[in-house]
Design a protein around this ligand. Structure first.
Ligand code: HEC
Length: 436
């Protein structure tokens, strides 16, 4: 799957459809969790919210597919939406196959719920349980549309499972907040002792579920960050890392409010204090708004370059001076020593891959140089201006926004270290295997 990165077509709209889709799915699951685990005698409006939010998520999914087709094909909006292109995306990409299955599942669940509402008699236990399971699958399989599937082997399995649990926990907690708000509102309207009593019970149960969910969210979030961010530098020095920090800050506020509800409001409501109901209604709304902001950030993160693959730049206000570009490999030591042999192999690779632009002696005057919008660097000079690890990174990953191509994975890591040693030799700098 091609990630569009920040430069894809209309990235704001793409992130938005992903966020709306996810929010719809989470809210559907949350209402069902509420109706099944928290309070079986739910308000009518809670159960009406389930098919409505699935319907919204399905509409957003159609938009998501369109953006994915545009990004994968690289075609314009009109061309990418041709049936032939959409068919290729649906049949030949993992995203497309997952999308089709999830769409069918969501539509089936939505229909089932709508038909059941039309028919007389409430749903049976088994039926409700089936809805909960289907909604859980609908939410969990979102993990197959994220960054996790780009990994391989056991790491991929671990990350997909972590993401799926993360989503389920988000659904059971954040997604259930509308049900909490509706239940509290109903209790305030009714205001009979029995109504207050029942909402007090529901709040206690919800807060127990919330604790389990927050624990799951933190644990799986750490797994996710481990693989997508990787270092503190990447956390503060990349857009992905910074958005993730914003998400964590909002999450921390949500948890603080939930803890307050649990510690103070819930006991007050249980003790019959009706004014606490008003405060709980307000808090549930604030939490919901924070949750929506978090999902919006998640929509953006989903189409952003993960921090671990991005160049980290320490924000100027932290480094105290002009921002210095730093790569994950900045301080790497070459595993290939600077032997005659290594330089000869590096030279051969250089002739094969680099002289067309950088010139035979690396002075930046190859036959193609004049055709490029940016002059190729004079490596005899520039080779001494970077750490070996930075040179390695620039050759492996190219330079964003410049014609300098990425040579990984075409060249192996060792090939690239041999090139680094050759460039270092050109520039008259010492052996890159000795120190960074
Ligand atoms: C298509 C032309 C092209 C090819 C092929 C190419 N480069 Fe480059 N390279 C460039 C350009 C242009 C720049 C300058 C980019 C900039 O300053 O933004 C550059 C920059 C670099 C730099 C960074 C120097 C600095 O200080 O900024 C290194 C190192 C480098 N190239 C090494 C290589 C090596 C090694 C190869 C072969 C494996 C190679 N390049 C192949 C065009 C090319």
């Amino acid at each position: 799957m091609v990630m569009s990165g920040a430069g894809g077509s209309a990235p704001g709209a793409f992130a938005a459809v992903r966020a709306v889709h996810e929010l719809g799915a989470l809210i559907a699951l949350g209402q069902l969790v509420w109706a099944q685990v928290i309070d079986v005698r739910v308000d009518n409006r809670v159960s009406r919210l389930v098919p409505a939010s699935i319907a919204v998520s399905l509409v957003a999914a159609v938009g998501w597919l369109a953006f994915e087709a545009i990004n994968m094909s690289g075609l314009s909006f009109a061309d990418a939406l041709a049936p032939s292109i959409i068919a290729v995306v649906l049949e030949e990409t993992l995203f497309g196959r997952v999308w089709a299955l999830r769409l069918a599942l969501g539509a089936a669940l939505c229909l089932w719920l709508v038909m059941r509402r039309r028919s007389s008699g409430g749903p049976g236990r088994g039926e409700r349980r089936a809805w909960l399971v289907l909604a859980g699958i609908y939410v969990a399989t979102l993990a197959l549309t994220g960054h996790a599937v780009a990994a391989v082997g056991i790491e991929r399995a671990l990350r997909v499972v972590a993401d799926a649990l993360h989503l389920i926990a988000a659904g059971a907690w954040l997604g259930a907040l509308p049900a909490l708000a509706l239940a509290v509102a109903a209790a305030r309207r009714g205001a009979t002792a029995a109504a207050v009593d029942s909402v007090a019970r529901a709040t206690r149960r919800f807060s127990a579920v919330g604790v389990a969910c927050v624990g799951t969210l933190v644990a799986t979030g750490i797994v996710n960050a481990w693989f997508l961010v990787g270092s503190r530098l990447a956390l503060i020095g990349t857009p992905y890392g910074q958005w993730l920090l914003a998400k964590l800050a909002l999450f921390a506020i949500m948890v603080a409010i939930a803890a307050h509800n649990r510690q103070h409001l819930s006991p007050q409501i249980s003790a019959g204090d009706r004014s606490a109901l008003g405060r709980l209604a307000r808090n549930a709304t604030i939490e919901l708004v924070l949750g929506i902001a978090i999902v919006a950030i998640v929509g953006h993160l989903g189409i952003s370059v993960p921090a671990i693959h991005d160049r980290a730049v320490i924000p100027a206000f932290l480094s105290g001076d002009a921002a210095q570009p730093t790569y994950p490999t900045t301080d790497a030591v070459s595993p290939v020593p600077m032997s005659d042999d290594a330089i000869a192999r590096g030279r051969a690779l250089f002739v094969a891959h680099c002289t067309s632009c950088h010139g035979d002696a690396g002075r930046g005057n190859g036959p193609q140089a004049a055709l490029l919008p940016v002059a190729p660097a004079d490596l005899a000079q520039h080779g001494s201006m970077h750490t070996p690890g930075d040179l390695w990174w620039m050759i492996a990953h190219g330079m964003p926004g410049s014609p300098m191509p990425a040579f990984s994975p075409e060249l192996s890591d060792t090939d690239i270290w041999e090139l680094v040693q050759y460039v270092r030799a050109l520039a008259g700098t010492p052996d890159a295997s000795m120190h960074p």
